[in-house]
Design a binder for this molecule. Structure first.
Ligand code: ADP
Ligand code: MG
Ligand code: ZN
Length: 458
């Protein structure tokens, strides 16, 4: 049975004010409810939208161009009224444009169209309260063709999309700024649309659940109708919502208050020139220029600041060692704190110092990680090497401290010694572990093994 998936991704566009009014968008989540509203974005009778927000339009075009869409310069883009009734929509219609770009491609998935919309407000079902601070914030919707064949491929597409967005600085970043409607069907059966998945992560969960649910129904021969379902993030499940709307339910018509928009060829050209080297190109270059494995190049390529830092570091230390440290220890510690590199205090030169010290055998990987933890949580010392020296972190390569530790570990663990001498290799690892603990992770593992074997006469 062939699985067919198409995604509609809504992204809030960066802009200081809303799409058709001058209400500010900054910190709209934190602002008191309904404090960032005016007659236009709260849908009051008689209010008239002002001209489209230029910043939002430019950011939408920037995304469309980066997704390899064709822009129909010179042809009018219309804003239509999409009519539906729900408390989050004060005017009873959502303004949504005809495509600004069509026929794009990303990660092997065709992009059908890209258009601009207004975000609705937020309606809290439980309390019945509405907050129109979000109402009128500009959105771009990116619609794929039904080219995606598995939840895993959907995840890859969204990962690539996120990567591209990281470079463009055209979309907002706060939680809930990316929302996905996921369409899914088994070939020859009804299509289900799972609405309003509020994060890219949720898409994989929702699709996996929904695919399994539909598969079971199909296999049991139970027919089901085309419908819209709601993703329950906490449960990782989907719930029946309503029969799917069709285009005619929405009674689309051009908004008489908004003049059609004509995008000039000059503007498109300007946008094209402003697109930086994107992840796919970056990763090709990283493989070629630094001899990185594809997978490492991919992981580095998704954040521009990560690539920049890597290229800085790779000038001074071996590229593979730089990648190993940055994708291992550094990524892990950043993720653990929910940080992106650009939001941390870590600079390329700090990474250079740590990788150099590890390469020179001055500190072990473990200690370099401990140092990084200190940098992230307590701040970065002016002189990293001196700090390591003063904190007694520099490696115990040989000498009395290491010999004492070997002596002590052997004396305190008679059973392990006996096991090892009896042929149990695991016991040696255990003893080595004791020595690492005694030296607080500062001893080089190979040296510990060598000394242990010598001591035990093997
Ligand atoms: P609608 O107008 O009902 O929203 P569209 O044809 O505009 O439907 O498609 C919306 C999304 O659904 C697109 O992303 C498209 O790729 C996807 N889609 C279309 N047909 C199917 C299908 N049979 N199975 C899964 N997804 C589909
Ligand atoms: Mg749709
Ligand atoms: Zn307003």
């Amino acid at each position: 049975m062939r699985l067919i998936i198409g995604l509609e991704t809504h992204l809030q566009l960066r802009s200081k004010s809303k799409l058709f009014c001058s209400c500010p968008t900054d910190k709209y989540l934190e602002a008191p409810p309904n404090s960032l509203v005016c007659p236009v974005c709260s849908g009051q009778p008689g209010s008239k939208p002002r001209g489209i927000n230029e910043e939002a339009l430019r950011n939408a075009l920037r995304i469309a161009v980066a997704l390899n869409c064709k822009i129909r310069a010179g042809e009018p883009v219309y804003f239509q009224r999409k009519n539906y009734f729900y408390p989050d929509l004060p005017s009873g219609y959502q303004r949504t444009s005809t495509p600004v770009g069509v026929g794009g491609e990303l990660a092997g998935v065709r992009i059908r169209d890209v258009h601009i919309e207004e975000d609705p407000g937020r309606y809290d079902l439980r309390s019945g309260r509405v907050d129109y601070n979000r109402s009128g914030i500009p959105l771009i919707e990116v619609v794929t063709e039904p080219d995606i064949k598995s939840p895993e491929q959907a995840r890859q597409y969204l990962e690539e999309l996120q990567g591209v967005l990281n470079y463009l600085n055209a979309a907002r970043e706060e939680p809930g700024s990316e929302r996905v409607d996921a369409n899914l069907s088994y070939e020859g059966h009804s299509r289900i649309e799972v609405k309003n998945i509020n994060s890219f992560k949720g898409v994989f969960t929702a699709l996996t659940y929904e695919a399994a649910r539909q598969k079971t129904l199909v296999e049991k021969g139970i027919e089901f109708v085309q419908e819209t379902r709601h993703f329950d993030e906490a449960q990782g499940t989907t719930l029946g919502l309503r029969k799917k709307e069709t285009v005619s339910d929405y009674r689309y018509f051009p908004d008489p208050d908004v003049p059609p928009l004509v995008i000039s060829g000059k503007m498109v050209e300007e946008m094209r020139k402003g697109i930086p080297e994107l992840p796919a190109a970056k990763r090709k270059r990283l493989v070629k220029q630094y001899g990185l494995a594809e997978q490492d190049a991919f992981a580095i390529s998704l954040e521009p600041e990560f690539v920049d830092a890597f290229e800085h570091v790779a000038k001074e230390v071996e590229a593979r060692k730089a990648a190993f440290f940055m994708l291992g220890v550094l990524r892990k510690q950043l993720n653990y704190r929910g940080l992106r590199l650009k939001n941390s205090e870590i600079l390329p030169r700090h990474v250079v110092e740590l990788v150099k010290m590890v390469s020179a055998g001055e500190v072990t990987d473990k200690v370099a990680e401990q140092m990084l933890v200190v940098f992230l949580d307590k701040g970065i010392p002016a002189d990293i090497r001196r700090h390591a020296q003063e904190a007694g972190l520099l490696g115990v390569k040989a000498g009395k401290e290491l010999e004492d530790a070997v002596e002590k570990a052997v004396k305190e663990n008679e059973k392990a010694v006996k096991d090892y001498l009896g042929g149990n290799e695991k016991a040696l690892h255990f003893l080595a572990g004791r020595i690492m603990a005694l030296t607080k992770g500062r001893a080089a593992p190979e040296e510990v093994h060598r000394l242990l074997k010598k001591k035990l006469g093997k």
